[in-house]
Design a binder for this molecule. Sequence first.
Ligand SMILES: C[S@@+](CC[C@H](N)C(=O)[O-])C[C@H]1O[C@@H](n2cnc3c(N)ncnc32)[C@H](O)[C@@H]1O
Length: 269
Amino acid sequence: MRANSRAPSSAQTGLHEDLPRLLERRAASPFLKPCAEYNRRAFLESMERRERAAPGKPLILDSCCGNGASTVALAEAFPEHYVIGVDKSAARLAKRPRCLPPNLDLVRADLADYWRLMHSASVRVARHYLLYPNPWPKIGQLSRRWHAHPVFPSMLELGGRLECRSNWRIYIEEFCFSIRHLTGIDARCETWRPDVAQTPFEKKYLESGHELFRVGVDLGRGQNGLRPQESGIRSVTGGFAAGVTKPHPEYHPTVGARRAVPYRRYRLG
Ligand SMILES: C[S@@+](CC[C@H](N)C(=O)[O-])C[C@H]1O[C@@H](n2cnc3c(N)ncnc32)[C@H](O)[C@@H]1O
């Protein structure tokens, strides 16, 4: 990965003026788009693997995990947890590390569906990492940012300790705004300057001299009173297959100076 990447540039200089209105809409109306069959299958198979490998172990989710390097580091840092990394890119996942710890699973799926499927199946997480999601910095791309996406309320309902990082300050400030707006939980943006890069993109951004930002919040057990999103999967009790309803008939396939940065293991707070 090249270490001369440009930091996101945008005509936007502060919070997007449409964000509050969009969030009102998100909170008031469920996300009804049917989940794609391949995401449904990926979700159920991953839950079955979890049941076989680590029944009852607390779950860590590494969303937008890329090649899974951060997922491996998390699995090693939290051996008493089961860690699932999810990314929609088969190409990125194909570059996964060769040796995978036993408490880890990498899943190819679109998180717009996977999060809803987890929520509908009442799956809760202990920790949730969303490290360097695509920032979509153009003004017209607001609804593609996760914190403005219709799935965001379901994602918050997964609960646990949620951490998001970005090299675009506005992304994290908006992310915090959306959390505060939807849950009342006090989320604040802070600068993030690790000594050791913890993901491939973090390494690239640090070596390119970008400033980094993050937010960490405790969402508790989720259930902040947000409206459940439609997914066609009911609560999972006593085996995941038991919770599956018939699939929906529709199919939607869905700054600073440059420096060399060591890339080692996660050190998590
Ligand atoms: C900038 S990369 C960050 C990867 C990794 N977290 C890191 O820090 O090195 C963003 C990742 O998000 C993934 N992604 C984007 N939209 C997604 C979606 N809807 N569902 C799952 N993964 C998605 C992309 O495939 C890509 O791997």
